[in-house]
Design a protein around this ligand. Structure first.
Ligand code: NAP
Length: 376
C-alpha cells in the first residue's frame, strides 16, 4: 500500500547537539502565567446557559452570550467560531457540546454525513443548543478539506478555534479476547500490558500507515487548509491538537532518538517525515524492537509524538496564536474499545480549556488533561 510519507533522506535519528530537557518551557515559546499553570479555569467557571441560535442572536445583538458583528443584511459572524474534527462521537462530540455551552458557535465535522448530522441533532435536543452546525470533513480527503475551508470563507470569513480531535488507534483487536484478559487500566497506562495484549492486538503495516496518515498527516493537512482563516480571527486563534500519554518521551526506548526528540527546536516537518519513513521501514522488516521504537501501540505512539513536535513547530511559526496539544485522559471511547476509565465529558475538558485560553495563555505546550504536562 502506498502511503503519504515523505521520501526525504534526512536521518531521523541523527544526533543534534543536546540541549536541556524541555520539561520547562523552550525559550522561543510563550511562557504561560503562573495562574494558568495551576488552574483549571473551565472546571471552575460557571457554566453558561446554552447560546441562542445565530438567527435569534442576530435579532438581539446585545446578547452577552453570542454577540455578533453584522456582516451584511443576511449574514452574521459569530464572535467565536470553532471547528472540531471527528465531532460525531467520543471526546469530539463532548468538545462540541462544552464549547457550544460556552457560547462558541461550533462547526461539528465528521467524515460520515449521516453520523455527523445525527450527532448535531442529539446535541441540540439533549443540551438545548442551537449554535452547532454540521459540515462534512474527512481529514484525509483534500477535496473535503477544501470544501470546508471554502464554506467557512464564504459564510464567516474567519475561524477562531480549531480542535484537531479526529484520530485512529492503528491496530485491530480481538475485543472478546481483550475483555477476557481483564487488564488493569494502570497496566495499560504504564505500558506494562504491552506483552500481555500481544495475543489479542493485531498490528499490521497497513493499519500503521493509516494511523500515521490520520493522526499526523491528516491533522497537519486539516490545519494547513484552515490556517488562512485562523489568521483572520479577530479574537486570536487557538489550535488544539489531541495528543496522548503514549507520546511521552519516557516511552521511547531508543535513547539517542529520545534525546534528539527532546530538542524540539531542531525538528521541522521534513525531519518528522523522515523519521516516520524510517519507523515504517523498520516495521515492515520486523525490526521495531531491535531499533528501539515504542512497542506498546507503536504507530499510535509515534503519531502522537510527532503531533507534539508539530504543535511546537506551529507555535513557533505563529506566535500570534495559542497552539497547544493535550492528552485527554484515559477515556472510555471506541478508540480503546471502551477500556478507558474517564467519561468523555471529562476527556473534553482540557481541549475546551485551551480553546478558551486567554490571549496571554501558553503556547507550544503539552497538557495532561487540564494540567501542563511533563511530556518533554
Ligand atoms: N480515549 C482515550 O483514552 C484517548 C486517549 C488519548 C488520546 N485520545 C485521542 O482523542 C481523540 C478522540 O478519540 P476518541 O477517544 O474520542 O475516539 P473515538 O470515539 O474512536 O473517536 C474518533 C473520531 O475520529 C474520527 N475520525 C477518524 N478518522 C477520521 C478521518 N479521516 N476524518 C475525520 N474524522 C475521522 C472518527 O470518525 P468515525 O466515527 O467516522 O470513525 C471519530 O469521530 C483521538 O485523537 C485519540 O487519539 C483518546
Amino acid at each position: 500500500m502506498s502511503h503519504h510519507l515523505a521520501s526525504t533522506t534526512a536521518a531521523a535519528s541523527s544526533s543534534p547537539s543536546r540541549r536541556p530537557s524541555l520539561t520547562s518551557f523552550p525559550s522561543p515559546l510563550h511562557r504561560p502565567s503562573a495562574l494558568f499553570q495551576q488552574t483549571n479555569f473551565v472546571a471552575t467557571r460557571t457554566e453558561r446557559k446554552p447560546a441562542p441560535s445565530v438567527a435569534a442572536a442576530a435579532a438581539s445583538p446585545v446578547s452577552p452570550l453570542h454577540r455578533l458583528e453584522e456582516m451584511s443584511d443576511h449574514e452574521a459572524i459569530p464572535e467565536r467560531l470553532a471547528v472540531v474534527t471527528g465531532g460525531n462521537r467520543g471526546i469530539g462530540i463532548e468538545v462540541c457540546r462544552q464549547l457550544a455551552l460556552q457560547g462558541v458557535t461550533v462547526i461539528l465535522t465528521a467524515r460520515d454525513e449521516e453520523r455527523g448530522k445525527a450527532a448535531v441533532e442529539s446535541l441540540c435536543r439533549e443540551s438545548n443548543l442551537s449554535n452547532i452546525i454540521f459540515h462534512q470533513l474527512d481529514i484525509l480527503d483534500a477535496g473535503s478539506r477544501a470544501s470546508l475551508a471554502r464554506h467557512i470563507e464564504t459564510r464567516y470569513g474567519k475561524l477562531d478555534i480549531l480542535v484537531n480531535n479526529a484520530g485512529v488507534g492503528g491496530v485491530a483487536v480481538d475485543q472478546e479476547g481483550l475483555r477476557a484478559l481483564n487488564i488493569d487500566p494502570k497496566m495499560w497506562l504504564s505500558g506494562k500490558a504491552a506483552h500481555l495484549v500481544e495475543s489479542v492486538i493485531i498490528q499490521t503495516y497497513d493499519e500503521a500507515v493509516k494511523c500515521l496518515n490520520t493522526n499526523y498527516y491528516g491533522l497537519k493537512w486539516a490545519t494547513e487548509a484552515l490556517l488562512p482563516l485562523l489568521k483572520k480571527s479577530t479574537s486570536g486563534a487557538r489550535i488544539i491538537n489531541t495528543s496522548s500519554l503514549r507520546s511521552e518521551l519516557q516511552r521511547m526506548p531508543n535513547e539517542k532518538l529520545r534525546e534528539s526528540l527532546r530538542d524540539a527546536d531542531s525538528w521541522d516537518e521534513a525531519r518528522i517525515e523522515a523519521m516516520l519513513s524510517e519507523f515504517l521501514e523498520d516495521m515492515k522488516n520486523g525490526r521495531l524492537e531491535a531499533a528501539g521504537w515504542p512497542m506498546m501501540l507503536p504507530a499510535y505512539s509515534m503519531s502522537k509524538m510527532v503531533v507534539n513536535l508539530y504543535t511546537r513547530i506551529l507555535a513557533r511559526r505563529h506566535p500570534e496564536m495559542r497552539i497547544n496539544c493535550v492528552h485527554p485522559g484515559f477515556v472510555k471511547t471506541e478508540i480503546n474499545w471502551n477500556t478507558g476509565v474517564l467519561p468523555p465529558e471529562e476527556g473534553a475538558r482540557g481541549a475546551v480549556m485551551l480553546a478558551l485560553a486567554p490571549g496571554d495563555g501558553p503556547t507550544g505546550c503539552y497538557f495532561d488533561q487540564t494540567k501542563m504536562g511533563e511530556a518533554w
